[in-house]
Structures are given as C-alpha cells and as structure tokens.
Design a protein around this ligand. Structure first.
Ligand code: CTP
Length: 388
C-alpha cells in the first residue's frame, strides 16, 4: 500500500479524477484528495471523501511527510502556472512545494491555452524540476474544439502511478542537509587563450550532486568546466581555476557534507600572460607553482559531524596504496579511489569502478554507471553521518 496525494484542479475533467481515485483505492492505496477551491465548483469534496473513505485534506502537514506520490489530475493552466512559479495559495499548491515525493501531473485545458507560449514555458520549467507530465491527449475538447488539451484517461494515469510507485524510493536521509560538491577539472591559464587542464568531465561529481538532491539535500555544485548538464534543483557556482574552486568551496566549507570530486590542478603557471603569447622560434619554458590544497584545508577546518569526501584518481595497486595514505594525511573521512589508467572507466566515461576507503575499512564497488556509483558513495556518506 502506498500513500498517494491526489490533487484536483478546476476543469470539466475533474469528474474523471473520481475514476482515478477509485482505481487507486481499489488497488489498496491510501489516497488523500487535495482539491483547489475551483475544483469544488465541478465535483464536491464529498464525492472524493466518499470514494477515498477519508476527508479531503485541509490540514496538509500530516500527509506530506509520508507521501509516496503526488498525482495532479486534471492540472489546469492556472494551477500549472502557479506550480511553475512556486505559488502556495491552496492546499494543493502548498503540497506541491513541500512534498519530496515524485510528482505526476495530467494537464487538461483548451488547446489554445495549452499551446500558448506562457503555458509551454511553464511546462519547460516544471519538467526541468523533475515534474512528470502525462498528456494532454488530442481529441474533442469541452468547448467543441479539437486539439491537444484532453486529460489522459484515468486508467493510463493509474498505470503510470503504479510504475512510479514501484520504482525504488530514494532514501530521504539527507533531507535538510547541506551538501557541497565540486566537479569537473580546473583550467589554469598560460595566457589569454591557452590553459593547462585535465580530462575530468565532471560526470561523477554531477551524478553525486543529482543523487544528493534526490535524497532531499540542499545541494551546491562548484563546477570547474563541467561538460555535462547540471541537475535541476542544484545551485551551481562556476569555478574554472584552482583558485576559484578554493575560494568558492572554502566560502561554503561549513556544509554538512563536502564531496571534492573535482580534479583540481596541483600546479598552475606562475606567470600567465594577460594577452596571447605570439609564436617565436625559441623554447617556451613555463614555471609552475603549487596551488592551495582545498581538501587539506577543509580537513584542518573540519567540524564535528561533518563528512569530507576526497577523490583519489590514481593508477593501479600503488595508487590505491597512496589513497590509503591520503585518507590519514588529508583529514577527510572518506576517500573514493578510481583507477584512471583504465580506459573502460573513469575520465570522460559513463562508467566507474571504485574502492571506498574510510576508517571503518574498504569497500570495493564493482564496475557500474556513474549514477550507481553515486548511490554507493552517498550510502557510505549517510552511514558516516549517522555514525557521528
Ligand atoms: N584536491 C584539492 N585541492 C587541490 C588538489 C586536489 O582539494 N589543489 C582534492 C581533489 O579534489 C581530490 C583530492 O584532493 O578530492 C585528491 O587529489 P589528488 O590530486 O589525487 O591527490 P593529491 O593530494 O594532490 O596527491 P597526488 O597528486 O600526489 O597523488
């Protein structure tokens, strides 16, 4: 049995929400109806209460924390716009802001309202934030017009609800925690157009940021030339050089969890030129100076209860041995080792294979997608948070 919040907005399709409610209840789920005032002009709260065998929720909070799914059917153009902009003027829009469960919405409106650029821009915003839309379907509309705007059929919405409910629920143990993740590879200027860089794409760090967000954390990503899309709901700060990473990470270094996945340069050109260096026949000798070690500084500042995660991109058994030393020397509580001498994992790849090292011991994580590696890393982080 799952706990489902059923949002209903004002529209002629509101009567179809009764059928969706009936299907959910018959399947054994605990359904709490959340009606907007406009919805009650079409179907009374009594109808939903009778079908759900419980009162329509006016006091929201008891239902929010435990909800497994918020399904909104029908979703009017008006409420769609409110959700896109974060308004909280009814029990339903408040729930949509507060709930951390997946949100499925079935829009239903006049075709011209659906196609209007304002509605389409709102749809993009909602999708970016992870709201899933089902429909609208093409067909006869209430006003006698034809086009896209009909709410999907209740049984189709019901089937999708079941699929969403059967997906493994993300742990919410990071809810309310501040997680800071650095990702990507720094670029240290040689002159105004050239730099010294590395092959890190940022995929692993971005996957950790996405997974932390999924687990309810407030996530900030310090992005050093990240080559992949940044997850929705994650605050992003651009930090192209080692000095930028140091400044942005240390300014936020009091987060509950800091994951240093970025490949931060250990050296930078000592005297970069402000303009492009012209070619000549001589040798170009570049002096490199060391950068500040951000993780080591975080280690020195670490407060009780804080979890610091370092990455050790190194090669072979000797690299793993060095990672063991880093765990003791750098002050982090977890080190993530991966072997960058392999071509089937690591840099630029979607795959990784890890060894997680902490004071509690070592755990090998076999080859899998970087998303799944992020799950393993954050499971370990949660264990360390609880240990403290
Ligand atoms: N790191 C950092 N600041 C730097 C360099 C590295 O915070 N200036 C962090 C990385 O983000 C990573 C960890 O330190 O989490 C390990 O980096 P790595 O370069 O593998 O280790 P080093 O300590 O630099 O040791 P070595 O290069 O000798 O292996």
């Amino acid at each position: 049995m799952a706990r489902v919040l059923l949002g209903v907005t004002g529209g002629i399709a509101a009567y179809k929400a009764c059928e969706l409610l009936r299907l959910l209840v018959r399947d054994g789920h605990d359904v709490t109806p959340l009606l907007t005032p406009d919805a009650e002009r079409f179907v009374t709260a009594h109808t939903f209460e009778a079908l759900a065998r419980q009162e329509a929720a006016r006091d929201l909070y008891p239902h929010l924390a435990d909800a497994d799914l918020l399904v909104i059917a029908p979703l009017s153009a008006n409420t769609l716009a409110k959700l896109a902009h974060g308004l909280a003027d009814s029990v339903l829009t408040q729930a949509a802001l507060a709930v951390r469960a997946p949100v499925l919405a079935a829009p239903a409106m006049n075709v011209r309202m659906w196609e209007h650029p304002a509605t389409q821009a709102n749809v993009v915003l909602l999708r970016e934030r992870g709201v899933e839309l089902i429909g609208p379907e093409e067909g006869e509309l209430a006003e006698g017009e034809h086009g896209a705007g009909r709410m999907s059929e209740p049984d189709a919405i019901f089937d999708r609800c079941l699929e969403l409910l059967s997906q493994p629920r993300a742990s919410t143990r990071l809810r309310g925690k501040r997680v800071l993740v650095s990702a990507g590879g720094t670029r240290e200027p040689l002159d105004s157009v050239r730099f010294l860089g590395n092959r890190s794409s940022g995929k692993m760090g971005v996957a950790v940021a996405r997974e932390a967000r999924r687990r309810g954390a407030e996530v900030t990503l310090v992005a050093a030339n990240v080559a992949v899309a940044v997850p929705a709901g994650v605050e992003t700060v651009e930090a192209p050089t080692a000095a930028d990473v140091a400044r942005e990470v240390l300014a936020r270094g009091d987060a509950d969890v800091v994951v240093m996945a970025a490949a931060v340069a250990d050296y930078r050109p000592a005297e970069p030129t402000a303009t492009k260096r012209p070619k000549d026949t001589g040798t170009w000798t570049v002096a490199l100076e060391p950068t500040d070690d951000v993780l080591a500084e975080l280690g020195r500042r670490r407060r009780n209860g804080q979890v610091l995660v370092g990455f050790a991109a190194d090669e072979g058994e000797r690299g793993l041995e060095r990672a063991r030393t880093k765990l003791t020397n750098k002050g982090g509580n977890l080190f993530v080792y991966n072997d960058v001498s392999r071509t089937d994992i690591g840099f630029e790849s979607d795959w990784n294979e890890l060894v997680l090292l902490s004071a509690a011991g070592e755990r090998a994580v076999s080859r899998r997608s970087k998303e799944e590696c992020a799950v393993a890393i954050l499971d370990e982080v949660e264990t360390l948070l609880e240990g403290d």
